[in-house]
Design a protein around this ligand. Structure first.
Ligand code: ACO
Length: 289
């Protein structure tokens, strides 16, 4: 245990790919995907990237996984990109190979996560630096321990927060705080990350797992088809004008009604208006009926 953060350990489900630099354990509908280089503070290596891409691809089709949680083994979420394996060694490579290395990394960190088919939660249990912001913001929800430390440390070693780190910070954080932490490289706590909008909730370290499980349990009650459409729409409309967003949401809503395998809207209305068995303002309709 370091700075109040409990050391986390998961086991790997042998039916899934990965198992070395990223491991995954499925418990009660939640797939815990854990970056697994604790001795290197889970800094992101090509090994992590390959395992993460393979595991996330597999989980998208695995009915046992209803919610995906991304976290870190030991007492760190992730110390960002591996400076040796992502910056020093590739500097000698052919530029095309270097570009492929970075593209493969962006694939799981945000290209895949932003539009992932299942709800995702980043569970931040310690250090979270630089490149790890991309995973953090790629997830739909982020929950951290108050005791965690966040930082865009790029400036401290002479680069800008590239990849998509600056975009991730400006997408979530209040503008003044994003600018301050980008140019200062200072660290901030889990509680501050919550105040600045970078994470959804910050809780004491010993409540982190329970908080994540209770959020996941709530998400599991929702219609998964509609939930996915909600998150995809959230990201797309942010870059649209009001008029375009209105048109897009109207079309998306129609599409959703026609493609929803459980015809949720009709069920929800019947259970509320006719059966009077639930109140939509206070919770989801019963999907088992
Ligand atoms: N890249 C490569 N190696 C790393 C990284 C990293 N990002 N972070 C930690 N390590 C390695 C260390 O070199 C060390 O290796 P060694 O045992 O072979 O010497 C091991 O992990 C443990 O690191 P320590 O520094 O000893 O751990 P400590 O708990 O004292 O400090 C901390 C943790 C604060 C996270 C520190 O390791 C650190 O500052 N890491 C770099 C953070 C950073 O700036 N990340 C890059 C952001 S920029 C980007 O992502 C693009």
């Amino acid at each position: 245990m370091k700075d109040g953060n409990p050391a986390q350990q998961f086991t790997h489900d042998p039916t899934l790919p990965g198992g070395k630099d990223v491991i995954c354990e499925i418990r009660d509908g939640i797939a815990f995907v854990s970056l697994n280089r604790p001795e290197k503070r889970n800094c992101i290596s090509p090994g992590i990237v390959n395992d993460a891409n393979a595991i996330l691809d597999a989980l998208e089709k695995d009915d046992r996984a209803k919610v995906v949680v991304i976290t870190g083994s030991g007492d760190s979420f992730s110390a960002g990109q591996d400076l040796k394996e992502y910056f020093r060694e590739p500097a000698k490579w052919h530029p095309v190979d270097r570009e492929r290395l970075h593209y493969n990394n962006s694939r799981w960190q945000w290209r895949k996560l932003l539009y992932y088919g299942k709800p995702t939660i980043a569970m931040v249990n310690g250090w979270c630096f630089g490149g790890a912001f991309q995973v953090l913001v790629g997830c739909d929800i982020a929950v951290t321990a108050d005791e965690s430390s966040f930082g865009m440390s790029e400036i401290n070693w002479g680069i800008i927060p590239a990849g998509i780190v600056t975009k991730s910070a400006t997408y979530t954080m209040t503008p003044r705080k994003a600018m301050y932490y980008i140019i200062s490289g200072d660290t901030f706590s889990g509680k501050e990350a919550e105040q600045y909008g970078l994470v959804t909730f910050s809780v004491p370290a010993d409540q982190l797992m329970e908080k994540v499980k209770s959020i996941a349990a709530n998400l599991m009650k929702k219609n998964p088809h509609v939930l996915r459409s909600c998150k995809v729409a959230y990201h797309y409309v942010r870059d649209m004008s009001w008029d375009m967003a209105g048109e897009y949401l109207s079309a998306k809503s129609d599409q959703n009604k026609f493609t929803d395998p459980e015809a949720g809207a009709a069920k929800g209305m019947t259970q509320f208006l006719d059966e009077k068995s639930y109140r939509p303002g206070l919770g989801a309709y019963d999907r088992t009926k």
